[in-house]
Design a protein around this ligand. Structure first.
Ligand code: 3HC
Length: 687
């Protein structure tokens, strides 16, 4: 008897047994699914009436992988390999009917079937590398046997799925269909049975493994070293494909199992798996159903056509949403539109989009020099320069002209949004949408909830961010919100370390080696040293003020903390060392050397401490939200999970101990651990 609540159901359709996986939301291979598939497969194989088996999934997708939430816990049998061995050894033909996404263990399961029939909109991938893993159920050995090692290396080291069309061309899919997947799969398998032909198994295919050029492994290493610096998993995936070429199938599976176990037990995969759920958690807001009571957003307005406004407008156009940019003059507007056009042209040149896609997107962007052009917009995003008086005046005007129900958003990265909302008659419709530069590329969107922002406005913006391919994190109002507030304390310490005698190259190297894409001073040079610089009030003992006075504004002037050549490569500047030494004298700072571990502690501990204060104040709802901000907005290495996960892995007591030591040696209140952090540490808890 079939129980409708069982994650796998059995159905006999004449001579074909149907194994139906029904484990929402993504049919992951949880224990119940593995057990159900194994038992029902045995039933089908034992039934003399059954000539063939179809593996089919209910819901939105084929099996999207192993159940990641089971990782890190003892495995309950049957494990995935036991299930797949049973499929592989079956003496009746088995076909996987695939829709949605066949990912990871899902694709590995399909690879153990004799045939694969797929809807033409399905996708196929081995994304384990993104979880710090490798396909651990034979996928590393079977996939190269079908599509060849070179293509398998790309799929496994990037984790990016391929389309059903490509999978069909590569031989991964035997038949593509455009509708009625189940009926077409039944026709397919009955034909195969009727022909009485031999049903070959993937493990026995060898052809694609012959005469493999050794350079493909070198190329794969070269490409991943560059793109995934610091990540262990890409190299392990490559080793498995090498094993597929140089070892027997069984030995290769053994190699795969050993390397998989090593990655699974290591800190990188633990951090990446944590981050997988952190990202999904961030999209949820306690007490607000983000899927309900949303305001429709059909047209967007952006005020300001500079770097930020232009990037935001591109973001909208890329998602197919019409957008109007408003500038103060036709010259400024034209400049902004030209920059957008150039950005699109460069994307076309790089082969990322076609010319016609570019034309479609560009056509969605219109320009105006009159704010009234935004009267019919559902969402208006202000991206003008950071000046409270200007923003207040703008919001008061917007309030008067925007249609009823329109959401008024500011892209401010630091100003008090409650004060901005207060100048309008609709503070419930005012919110912060803090994009990160370049806005059409960076994934993070800090959604800033003001005191009076209505729940449906928050729900709308959370859902909207998914539409424009952003990762949203809801935060509260405070100077710098979550990301910039935490960054400020790190930058402050980096400058202090430099004053005390550590070289800026050493500080940047330590941060780069930790996994950041660049160090504190390279980052400052990239952003521009003159952000917030007041040329009328220069402090001669302040390094930044001094550099700005010298016209060293960062990369844009080819000189900042470093000198830059035409290709933006930095070299240390003696002049900067002299300025720093002079500032140290003026401030009376005693100069000494700092070890790499001192530098790291002094840069990272304040971030953790500030994160704790942010949690205590309720500015962020969850520690994992802070981690999502840091990984997506500031280049914190994903394999270290984010600052709060990192603190957990170091141990909160250790963090408190180090902060207290710094406080006593420096006598600086800056190092005082947050009471919230101390409390957690004393109770032996984690963030
Ligand atoms: N295990 C457990 N839960 C999973 C999961 C998985 N493999 N994949 C998705 N989920 C959960 C998510 O956590 C989320 O839960 P929530 O609603 O409670 O937050 C829910 O399913 C929906 O996921 P998304 O929000 O991501 O839904 P989308 O529709 O945007 O995307 C997807 C669907 C493309 C399937 C995406 O979820 C995805 O990429 N999942 C991960 C796929 C993956 O990495 N598979 C490999 C797993 S490792 C493996 O198979 C090892 C093997 O080789 C041994």
């Amino acid at each position: 008897m079939n129980d409708v609540n069982e994650p796998v159901r059995y159905q006999l359709l004449d001579d074909v047994a149907l194994l139906i996986v029904d484990n929402p939301p993504v049919n992951a291979l949880s224990h119940g699914v593995r057990r159900g598939l194994k038992e029902n497969l045995a039933r089908a194989l034992a039934d003399p009436e059954v000539a063939a088996v179809v593996l089919y999934c209910e819901g939105r997708t084929f099996i999207a992988g192993a159940d990641i939430s089971e990782f890190g816990h003892p495995v309950v049998e049957p494990d995935l390999r036991q299930l797949l061995d049973a499929l592989d050894m079956a003496d009746k033909p088995i076909v996987a009917a695939i829709h949605g996404t066949a990912l990871g263990g899902g694709l590995e399961t399909a690879l153990c079937c004799h045939y694969r029939v797929a809807l033409d909109i399905a996708k196929f991938g081995l994304p384990e590398v993104q979880l710090g893993l490798l396909p651990g159920a034979g996928g590393t050995q079977r996939l190269p046997r079908i599509i060849g090692p070179e293509k398998a290396l790309v799929m496994m080291t990037t984790g990016v799925p391929i389309s059903a069309g490509e999978a069909h061309k590569l031989g991964l899919v035997d038949q593509l269909v455009n509708d009625d997947l189940l009926s077409n799969t039944l026709i397919f398998i009955r034909e195969k049975v009727a022909r009485g032909q031999h049903h070959s198994r993937v493990r026995d295919k060898q052809e694609k493994l012959l005469d493999v050029a050794p350079e493909i492994f070198q190329q794969a290493r070269h490409s991943t070293t560059h793109k995934m610096r610091g990540f262990l998993a890409p190299e392990y995936n490559i080793r498995c494909v090498e094993a597929a070429v140089t070892q027997s199938f069984d030995q290769g599976c053994q190699t795969e199992a050993e390397l998989f176990a090593e990655l699974m037990a290591g800190p990188q995969s633990e951090a990446q798996r944590y981050f997988f759920f952190a990202e999904r958690q961030a999209a949820k807001v306690p007490n607000i159903d983000v899927n309900r009571s949303k305001r429709p957003i059909a047209k967007v307005g952006v005020i300001g056509g500079g770097l930020m406004g232009g990037g935001i407008a591109m973001n909208m156009a890329n998602a197919g949403i019409p957008v109007t940019i408003v500038e103060t003059s036709s010259e400024a507007l034209q400049r902004g539109l030209n920059t957008i056009r150039k950005n699109y042209e460069s994307t076309v040149r790089k082969g990322r989009i076609s010319d016609s896609v570019m034309q479609q997107r560009y056509a969605l962007i219109t320009g105006a020099i009159d704010l009234n052009a935004l009267a019919d917009c559902d969402l208006i995003i202000e991206a003008v320069f950071e000046n409270m008086a200007v923003k207040k005046e703008l919001f008061a005007r917007l309030d008067g002209l925007a249609k009823a129900g329109a959401i008024l958003a500011s892209n401010t990265s630091a100003l008090n949004l409650n004060d901005i909302a207060a100048v309008t008659q609709r503070p419930e419709s005012v919110i912060g949408l803090h994009f990160f530069s370049p806005a059409h590329i960076m994934k993070l969107l800090e959604i800033v909830r003001c005191e009076k922002t209505a729940d449906d406005v928050i729900a709308t913006c959370m859902a909207f961010s998914k539409r424009i391919a952003k990762v949203p994190v809801l935060v509260g109002v405070c100077p710098g919100f979550v990301g910039n507030r935490i960054l400020a304390v790190r930058q402050q310490q980096a400058a202090r370390l430099a004053l005390e005698g550590a070289s800026i190259e050493a500080i940047d190297r330590v941060l780069y080696d930790f996994g950041f894409p660049m160090g504190a001073f390279q980052m400052a040079d990239l952003a521009g040293l003159d952000i917030g610089w007041d040329s009328d009030n220069c402090d001669p003992s302040d390094i930044r003020d001094r550099l700005c006075e010298l016209g060293r504004l960062g990369q844009k002037t080819q000189a900042g903390f470093y000198d830059y050549d035409d290709r933006r490569r930095p070299t240390p500047a003696t002049l900067v060392s002299e300025v720093i030494a002079d500032c140290a004298v003026l401030k009376g700072v005693h100069r000494r050397d700092a070890s790499d571990s001192d530098i790291l502690d002094r840069c990272l501990l304040p971030m953790i401490n500030e994160g704790a204060k942010i949690l205590d104040e309720g500015i962020a709802g969850r520690a994992s939200d802070i981690d999502v901000v840091y990984v997506y907005g500031y280049g914190w290495p994903r394999y270290r999970g984010g600052p709060m996960h990192y603190a957990n892995s170091v141990g909160l007591s250790k963090v408190v101990e180090k902060l207290r030591k710094l406080q006593s040696t420096t006598g600086d209140i800056f190092w005082e651990p947050s009471p919230f952090l101390v409390n957690l540490a004393e109770r032996g808890q984690r963030f």
